[in-house]
Design a protein around this ligand. Structure first.
Ligand code: KIV
Ligand code: NA
Length: 272
């Protein structure tokens, strides 16, 4: 079998060629991305992207495990990382371990990701010491949206820098193999990338990071609303709309199904 990229492989890419990653929630998209990216993230953004939720707060461990299994079946080469959803890890390191163990055992994924800086450092250490590779996530942490009062970029006021720098340093020191920096002002993302010894993976955090991630449906142009930091590399909404309209027109004109789509008799038709 093809050897999968590991968390250790990603860790070793610090300062090297940029690390490429995307989210994936299902089998087909995982299969297409598998040979192109270094890792696939089964992000809890699936709550918004797949289910139309307003935030990631309602996402459950069961939802993450189900889509994690689909992505593992679709991929064979890329590292697969699964997000720990809100409420599955914050209360204690023990609770985090139980949730992470379920994710790893039931999906076969190679790592988990969780949100939070200094306050999650003890939990990250606890997991890493027990064999769970952890990707951290600081800056804009969408699971804190209720407390933050919205999805807001971070570190545009230099008075905020010390706290965010301390968060990134704490999770790296605790053993995270990489850190997602979300919606961070460029000079702060650049400074953190220089300061910490593990790769930074940016989303809305500039090209100074060691790697990049985007939500696949956003970059493909399938999502209806996207943040400023998304570049649209596709126009899937237009593509799908035009395909569906052609299908509807064909059905209405009885030009679909055509001769090539129907099952003909194997035996000569009986005389009528
Ligand atoms: O859930 C998600 O998609 C994420 C990435 C955008 C980093 O956490
Ligand atoms: Na997420």
């Amino acid at each position: 079998p093809i050897r999968r990229v590991t968390a250790a492989d990603i860790r070793a890419r610090k300062g090297g060629d940029p690390i490429v990653s995307l989210t994936a929630y299902h089998h087909h998209t995982a299969a297409i991305a598998d040979e192109i990216v270094d890792f696939l993230l089964v992000g809890d953004s699936l709550g918004m992207v797949m289910h139309g939720l307003e935030t990631t707060i309602p996402v459950t461990l069961e939802m993450m495990i189900l889509q994690g299994q689909a992505v593992m079946r679709g991929s064979s080469r890329a590292l697969v990382i699964v997000d720990m959803p809100f409420g599955s890890y914050e209360a204690s390191p023990q609770e985090a371990f139980r949730s992470a163990a379920r994710i790893l055992k039931e999906t076969g994924a190679g790592a988990v990701k969780l949100e939070g800086g200094r306050r999650m450092a003890d939990t990250i250490r606890f997991l890493v010491e027990r064999g769970v590779p952890v990707m951290a996530h600081v800056g804009l942490t969408p699971q804190s949206v209720l407390a933050l009062g919205g999805f807001k970029s971070q570190g545009r006021d230099i008075n905020e820098w010390a706290a965010i720098e301390a968060d990134a340093k704490a999770v790296a020191d605790a053993g995270a193999f990489a850190v997602v920096l979300e919606a961070l002002a460029e000079p702060l993302a650049a400074k953190i990338t220089k300061q910490i010894e593990v790769p930074t993976i940016g989303i809305g955090a500039s090209a100074a990071c060691d790697g990049q991630i985007l939500v696949m449906e956003d970059m493909l142009g399938l999502s209806d609303r996207t943040p400023k930091f998304v570049k649209r590399y596709g126009a899937l909404r237009d593509h799908i709309r035009s395909a569906l309209s052609s299908y509807a027109a064909d059905v209405r004109a009885r030009s679909f199904p055509g001769q090539e789509h129907i099952y003909e008799l194997k035996t000569p038709k009986a005389a009528e």
